[in-house]
Design a protein around this ligand. Sequence first.
Ligand SMILES: [Zn+2]
Length: 294
Amino acid sequence: VDVCLRATHRRLEIAVALTTDLTREAARIHRLAATSAVALGRLLAGTALLAITGKHEGSTSVQILSKSRIGQIYADCTDDGDARGMARNPDLAFPVGEAERASGRRSLHLAVHPGRISVVRRVASGEYAQSSTQLVTGEIDEDIESYVVHSDQIPTVVACDVVLGEEDAVVAAGGVLVRTMPDGDRDELGRVADRLRGGALARALEASPSAERLLELAAPGAEVVDAPSPLRYRCRCSRERVLASLRMFPVEDLASMVGDAKPVEVNCDLCGRKYPVQPEDLLRAFEDLIKAEG
Ligand SMILES: [Zn+2]
């Protein structure tokens, strides 16, 4: 079962997420090949960690727009642990190099770098804050870390990974986010980074996929501060949102669907659910689009 644990250690704030089941669900829905699965899995874990450690109520969305093969990947998560995501190119499967095999950690650099990462933090009142930075390595967890360090100005370490097994099935996935409190021990933060980097997190996930084990790896002796909270893959799409999304279709596509005057199915990009759309709904969306475009 996927969970998030929060802990403290030497005035460091620690969050650990086990995300195996939700990464498997993402891989199943989007039929992800190996590299795409590792990329979206790292993004899902990192996004869940940001959502759960944010001092706000609402959801956190992270989008990577890459100039490399992966194209676009997206994940969002609510503050109570409903996560979902998608990869524009689900079929990437790069060969695994010698160094990756030895460390247990796949490299995403060639698939993802260069590009930008942007984060939207929505708050319950409906307001939101958005900012973006350049990707530093394309490894995704390192890019999320760099984003947080720049945007929040708080020394932070983020490590996320996905371990694949036979036929590239997801064996385990998870992540750790650690940041200093005011007067936190920055040397200890550096040691936390050393314990997680170089594939150490992936090897720990493979050996013993539990949130407690990840916490023990990051900060031995850390004190858990509240009960584990659940994480899950859950989409928040609805018929209304799908109908609203029709207005984003290219006008000629919508015109041709209206011309056919037949019911169509529109899929949610994030969970694959199919929504039947009737000709009158298509016509209404088309009219709205024409009016909006003047
Ligand atoms: Zn959906």
